[in-house]
Design a protein around this ligand. Sequence first.
Ligand SMILES: *Cc1c(COP(=O)(O)O)cnc(C)c1O
Length: 374
Amino acid sequence: MEFRDLKAQYQHHKEEIDDAIRRVLSNGGFIGGAPVRELEEKLAEYVGVKHCITCANGTDALQLALMAWGIGPGDAVFVPDFTFFSSAEVVPVVGATPVFVDIDADTYNMSPDSLEKAIQYVHNSTDLRPRAIVAVDLFGQPADYDRIRKIAQQYHLFLLEDAAQGFGGSIRGKRACAFGDISTTSFFPAKPLGCYGDGGAIFTDHDEWAALLRSYCVHGKGADKYDNVRIGMNSRLDTIQAAVLLKKLAFFDEETEKCNRVAAEYSRLLQGHVKTPVAAPEMYSGWAQYTIRLEDEQHREDAMQRLKDAGIPTAVYYKKPLHKQEALKDYAVSELDYHVTEQTCLSCLSLPMHAYLETGEIEKICETIKSVTP
Ligand SMILES: *Cc1c(COP(=O)(O)O)cnc(C)c1O
């Protein structure tokens, strides 16, 4: 059994994907070109945002957003304590200070109440200037943008949506990557919309930021890449990856629906045995991960072992709060509370999740879990 079955996906769409890759090889253009432009247009249209700028990966996408806003030393950026390292890593990269925010126990996304407490702490007790919120759409479910957007407005903060896991999700029909002042995603192979290498994209309605982002992506280019008007990066999406993504985008909604059916089946079978994911009624998740919570760390270890023995792969996203990571622990604030993140890190377990998971496999996974839970 596969945790995320990229081979099955490829086998289902082999001919069209092979053909798309062959066409790039024949054309001999490997950076930029028509497939990249077409992908950016299609993605912007899909999300419902004016500009899409592709780049080399989801981490660069986050960093480029902070660069476009001129965020740097003395600035505070609020990041959930429970997320992949990248969401916070980019903040010190531009010289700013990450301030970690606890999560909601049901959605695993940033808690708006904890966010307000963290902003007030920075206002009242530090010399830092609050500048931006990085809201992560963890495991595929959009963050609580109704409330986070209001907080961003109230405190005059930029809102950056990290939808690396969120692509395909929506709230009342509005799609992920449309909630931030700038939003980003990743096309890492195992993400909801993945390519066959690294890739990323940035979304915004703001014309000036879009122009700045296009410059920062290509060595701070001015009129062209040999006219350099600012210090930038080299962060581009390869043509082959764009061609693959164009093919995958065509069946993306169908796969997302299948993932929703898998998640519903998991929840039906596991309800009452473990804590299953909670989605607010107006939320549609892309199900990047299906994450349950066991009673405690020991139960999780038992479940993982039993699943492993049965040939079922699992993963722990995430074992450590960001404020306890060696590279970030100096930014931990003892006055702020991270107990939901801490408890979640000890008990969460992500199960196989992809569009090609069969009913028999889901049943086997759930039976195995039930055999170790009360
Ligand atoms: C994967 C991921 C990223 C980084 O994406 P890369 O393309 O691997 O750089 C950022 N944020 C979150 C939440 C992610 O899961």
